[in-house]
Design a protein around this ligand. Structure first.
Ligand code: NAD
Length: 494
């Protein structure tokens, strides 16, 4: 059985805790590997290594750091298929989805290559007579990233690229469900010339997470995962004096106004709801359909569903793969089973009754959903699209703004004024105008509002640079010593 271990101080380190977790091939349901789960002592070892590597890395010039990141950019680019293969094997992603994940992750490494420019401070000459003032941003030291199963390559890249570029050393705690990509990335970073100890991977569960949250050497924690754990990580990490950004779950609505092109809206909803089997924090899980076009839109959605090719990622024809685990499949099926009893209409039921292998649920469409039903209130994180009928713009916006989650949303309309008003009115962190999955490009920052984000900073982009550095302001003067005198008044600038 393949064994997946830690990466500490520039090499694979086999776990000694005696605790392991199974890793499955979701397309077959067969166990593919065993991953080591770190003990407190193993996490401490990784932290000590990262702490030891920090002074030299911090002192490494910006040009040298950028050079390593440029090399990493080339290595990830050259190994897109290899990285994608890990995502297919352990997550079940189909090739187009897995390659898309790598491509969007790579953008974050490309952004971080600009670190000499990104870390420029401000300079004010003659802020007072003979006095100059300037600002610099310095790294925090050892920082950690805790990542979810659904983006085993991209979400770590959201974090480590900027963290390392800023001069921090990094500890990654990947999801125990699909941990292999993290080790391959560690090897690529080593090949790119990153010194040993600057990037470490501890495989693990709550034991490892808790240790990272309590250890005083870890100065900041970036987390992406479900809302209850994000809240826990934020509260525990900040109580221990750390800087924390914790991104949580989602329930993303797509508002389709009566003037929208319904074929385009239906294509977009199908793509955004069923891509990656709905296991995306930016997936569309609710379509809010204006009453006058709702029947037509539901018909267009239903007629497209049989065309979605569901199958293993090993088959290049597959457009949608399995869910991550048997437990998750059962949970998703539970929502479908419950929806009818709650008064919704299951238009297309994706539950399989043929006993086929793997954790597959086919695309599912539920109409006449209303707030208060479990399939509306909960994040399902599966290929289940709900349709809620709304009177129009006002009704739709009120429903989105009343939802506790606020990660992403989209409006479909041909009316520029309505779209502009939507962007103004909507209380959600990432907004799409005729774009169903508005994941910001790497030179903006990613993050939701409300229960989708705990902390003050969004992830990656400019906010990522701020998160992984702290500011310092220097006030300096070089007066003639002959002019020196004592003055106990508060220093003035005029
Ligand atoms: P999860 O919260 O179960 O796990 C995330 C990480 O937390 C993993 O590394 C896991 O090992 C760890 N963890 C799990 N339980 C823990 C506990 N009790 N104590 C400490 N650590 C714990 O999330 P997941 O199932 O891996 O990922 C899916 C979730 O992530 C969905 O809710 C999805 O919306 C969310 N997500 C959000 C974003 C975003 O940017 N907002 C992006 C991707 C995924």
């Amino acid at each position: 059985m393949k064994r997946i271990s830690h990466w500490i101080d520039g090499r694979i380190v086999e776990g000694t805790s005696g605790n392991t977790a199974p890793v499955y091939d979701p397309a077959t349901g067969e166990q593919a590997a065993e991953v080591d789960l770190a003990s407190v002592a193993e996490v401490d070892r990784a932290i000590a290594v990262a702490e030891a590597a920090a002074p030299e890395w911090r002192a490494t010039s910006l040009s040298k750091r950028a050079e390593i990141l440029f090399r990493m950019r080339e290595l990830v680019d050259a190994n897109r298929k290899e990285i994608a293969a890990f995502l297919t094997a352990e997550h079940g992603k189909v090739p187009s989805d897995a390659l898309g994940e790598v491509a969007r992750g790579l953008e974050n490494i490309e952004f971080a290559c600009g670190i000499p420019h990104l870390l420029k401070g401000g300079y004010s000459e003659q802020a007072a007579n003979g006095v100059d003032v300037y600002s610099i941003r310095q790294p925090l030291g050892v920082v950690a990233g805790i990542t979810p199963f659904n983006f085993p390559a991209m979400v770590p890249m959201w974090m480590f690229a900027n963290a390392l570029a800023c001069g921090n050393t990094f500890i990654l705690k990947p999801s125990e469900k699909d941990p292999s990509a993290s080790l391959f990335i560690a090897e690529l970073l080593a090949s790119a010339g990153l010194p040993s100890g600057c990037f470490n991977v501890v495989q693990g569960d709550k034991v490892a997470v808790d240790r990272l949250l309590e250890h005083p050497t870890v100065k900041a924690v970036s987390f992406v995962g479900s809302t209850p754990i994000a809240k826990y990580v934020y509260e525990t990490g900040t109580a221990n004096g750390k800087r924390v950004q914790a991104l949580g779950g989602a329930k993303n609505h797509m508002l389709v106004l009566a003037d929208a092109d319904l074929d385009m809206a239906a294509d977009a909803a199908i793509s955004a709801a069923y891509g990656s089997s709905g296991e995306r924090c930016m997936a569309i899980s609710v379509v809010l359909a204006a009453d006058s076009i709702a029947d037509d839109l539901v018909a267009k959605l239903a007629e497209r569903i049989p065309g979605v090719v569901v199958g293993p990622g090993s088959d290049s024809a597959s457009e949608m793969g399995p869910l991550i685990t048997a437990e998750h499949r059962d949970k998703v099926e539970g929502y479908i089973a419950g929806a009818g009893a709650e008064g919704a209409t299951v238009v297309v039921d994706g539950r399989r009754s043929d006993g086929s292998a793997g954790y597959f649920v086919d695309p599912t469409l539920i109409d006449n959903v209303t707030p208060g039903m479990k399939c509306y209130d909960d994040e399902i994180f599966g290929p289940v699209l709900s349709v809620v009928r709304v009177k129009g713009y006002e009704d739709g916006v009120a429903m989105i703004n009343a939802n506790p989650f606020a990660n992403g949303t989209a409006i479909y309309t041909r009316d520029g004024g309505a779209a502009r008003q939507f962007q103004f009115d909507i209380e959600v962190g990432m907004v799409g105008v005729n774009v169903p999955i508005p994941v910001p490009v790497s030179y903006y920052s990613f993050g939701g509002w409300k229960a989708s984000l705990f902390g003050d900073t969004h992830m990656y982009g400019p906010e990522g640079i701020n998160f992984y550095t702290r500011g310092k302001v220097v006030t300096s003067r070089w007066p003639d010593p002959a002019t020196s005198s004592i003055n106990l008044g508060f220093p003035e600038t005029r």
